[in-house]
Design a protein around this ligand. Structure first.
Ligand SMILES: [Zn+2]
Length: 297
């Protein structure tokens, strides 16, 4: 009985300690997630939101993939103070995309809680049969982002070189845009996020030189994630963002389960090890990068 009492008292102290920590340490940033995932019921989404409320997450960027998910992402962003939205049409939907849809994306992107155009890009792993449609859609949405002077969230799979060529060709790294976003004495800033980057170290370095930011998620924690680990080691921490791509790409040690934004912690822990930095220092740096990249006020 006595022992139990003592145990309970210890628990109370421990819970109070954790609660204090939670309030103080909202220092994680998930720069690409899908709280808008269409298979979540309203109840499930609210449950996930409650978990985020009680976690160490400060901000998440809820990325749209088509018109419906972009609308939902903005709804989430309006509802939760820690949520911001990206609006865009994923290359997977290139065949169904119309100019009217892009006009709708533009309307959504005018909202102050929409902080990027994305996710947009090229996917030649799944979309081999409609490459032309993907390229047209990608170019149109890049022009929208340039016109609106918004950050760009890129999805690129099995299309490394063409993605870079199109970004250059559309003027995403042009002096005008770099001058607009860069700060004196800092890295050139083009506000281009290479989401879940899977390219080589050399490609990452080339992107960084141009003014892009490399975003890494769960795969950096995988045993076969050596290529991404090399990328993280090679580029300055100022050019990195942490993300989950939840509900996909769950990091170790939860691989096999559904991914959640909170698990960005395990991505940050891995980045800290690769950069030979303290976890909290790394988290704060990545938080600062995210706030600055997306212009969160
Ligand atoms: Zn995604």
């Amino acid at each position: 009985m006595k022992n139990n009492m003592k145990k309970n008292m210890e628990n109370v102290e421990e819970i109070e300690e954790i609660e204090k920590r939670d309030k103080r340490d909202k220092f994680l940033f998930d720069a690409h997630t899908h709280l808008n995932f269409e298979e979540f019921s309203k109840g499930e989404r609210e449950e996930l939101a409650k978990e985020i409320d009680n976690s160490n997450l400060r901000y998440i960027i809820d990325a749209g993939c088509d018109l419906n998910s972009s609308i939902l992402a903005l709804e989430n962003a309006r509802k939760y103070k820690w949520c911001y939205a990206a609006s865009g049409i994923h290359p997977e939907y290139a065949e169904k995309a119309s100019d009217e849809m892009i006009d709708e994306i533009k309307m959504l992107a005018k909202d102050e809680k929409c902080v990027a155009i994305g996710e947009i890009g090229l996917d030649f792993h799944y979309g081999k049969d409609y490459k032309e449609e993907q390229i047209i859609l990608f170019r149109k949405q890049l022009r929208l982002a340039l016109e609106m002077e918004l950050p760009i969230m890129i999805h690129s799979r099995d299309a490394d070189q063409l993605t870079m060529d199109i970004l250059k060709d559309e003027g995403v790294f042009a002096k005008k845009r770099i001058d607009k976003f860069s700060r004196d004495g800092d890295y050139p800033e083009a506000k281009v996020q290479l989401h879940c980057f899977s390219g080589s170290k050399e490609l990452a370095m080339e992107y960084v030189k141009l003014g892009a930011t490399i975003s890494v998620g769960g795969p950096v924690t995988f045993k076969n994630g050596k290529k991404t680990a090399e990328v993280v080691r090679a580029i300055p921490i100022e050019r990195l963002l942490s993300e989950t791509d939840a509900p996909y790409l769950t990091p170790e040690p939860f691989r096999g389960k559904m991914n959640k934004s909170q698990y960005v912690e395990y991505v940050v822990r891995r980045i800290a090890i690769l950069k030979d930095m303290e976890f909290e220092e790394t988290a704060l740096k990545l938080l600062e990068n995210g706030i600055r990249f997306f212009g969160i006020k």
